[in-house]
Unconditional design. Sequence first.
Lengths: 193, 178
Amino acid sequence: MSASSLIEAVQARFPSAVTASHAYRGDATVILRRELLLEVARTLKDDPAFLMNFLMDLTAVDFSTFGLTASPAFFASSGVAVSPSSQIPDQDPWPGPPGTARFVVVYHFFSLPLKHRLRVEVPVDEADAEVDSLSSLWPGADWLEREVWDMFGIRFRGHQNLKRILMYDEFTGHPLRKDYPVNRRQPLIGPMN
Amino acid sequence: MPGTTARSIGSELSSEAGFVTSRLEEAIGWARKYSIFQYPFVTACCGMEYMATACSHYDVDRFGAGLPRFSPRQADVLFVVGTISHKMAPVLKRIYDQMAEPKWVVSFGVCTCTGGFYDNYATVMGIDTIMPVDVYIPGCPPRPEYVLDGLLKLQAKMEAQHASGRRPIAELRPEVNL
């Protein structure tokens, strides 16, 4: 399925769950309401029209400082385009950050039999940072969700073992949150430097 | 013992009777610097350069350091090769504590020397904040020639220290409240 027809198929199946969508150069993205994530994910995995049996990635984005400062153009001098080329029209552009929600949990699904992929984004508020766990559907989600919990402090309802995976138990806070100072260290031994 | 070698450690060859005299500490220091049993504590990309140095092209065995031991209790020199995270630091310290005296520590690569380009929540800003270091080999990663130069400096240090194995205390860094 192409990106646009994949988005249309998901929208037709779950008109109340999909709040927005966009596609950029063949990469389809749908933005879902949090309450219906588990139901949509189950259909994406098992329905013969989708068969998304591979959870390629699961991560999160903290949008709390998005747009406050100009982003550095890391590749401006290297000749790599930093903004979408006008030669390739962006028909269905990114709608921007998710309004009032601070976090977005991002899922990348791929169908090995049908060879199509879909990105699913779920906006999450800071006050109630919790989404349903997908570890019952894709066992590989187990460690990825633990990483998101460790780095961003987003909880996953129904996860069997939601504890830190990268940082040590004594660590406090979630280091990839934008309000975690970039060089605050919490050494187990040795001086604070 | 060949005469040239005996002179190099400061002893005098006595006629043709087949024995030499030397100061014991010098003889021990000379022996130690050519029998370096290293413990490679390899955590990151510097390990590739460590392997390049250890293999036949650069042949670290020319300096008597060709036999790594993977037990700290059998090792003399701790090669800390690669970035050390705060999660890893207690493990590294324990490895160091398990080594028998005399022991030396080589800081291999800029991440172990100073933290390198990492300045974040995860990385130890130089292993000399948690243990004494004898030789620093910066570089990202250091070339094998640079590593061999560091190894020669370590040999000089081993020889000069004789049997004592004493080191200067690591420089303490000021505490910073963040």
